[in-house]
Design a protein. Sequence first.
Length: 147
Amino acid sequence: MNLKAFLYAARSYTFAFLVLLVFTSATAPKPEAPPKLKWKERVLLNIVQKKIEKQQRKALSPKPKKAKTEKRPVHWANVAALICGVLVFFGGITAIAALVFGIIGINNSGEGTEYSGEGMGIAGVVLGGLVILLALAILITFLAIFL
């Protein structure tokens, strides 16, 4: 191959390459600008993106599971205090029993004990105590009026 043929071939290939480059760049689709979204669409898109980010964060850093606590049985005196405290409204005789059972139940249940249900004991003490105080107030008022 002589020099003239080589230059002719090189020029032909260069011309073909330039034509191909111009042709492909002229016909290549230009990236379109994203369509303008309406206000509601932007808000919904923002909400969805935040939810996706939240799920991704949750998946990447799961929270450690809490250890299950053992359920403790409820002390019988707490249950009796609550029942007597509720029955006080039907007849005031159970007020003293609610007070006594509530104090027994509170003393036998709590954090360091094997029994739970101290809330029921407190409710029984409160209900029984209120009825006893109300009965004393009525008695004092009655005595003050008639004596």
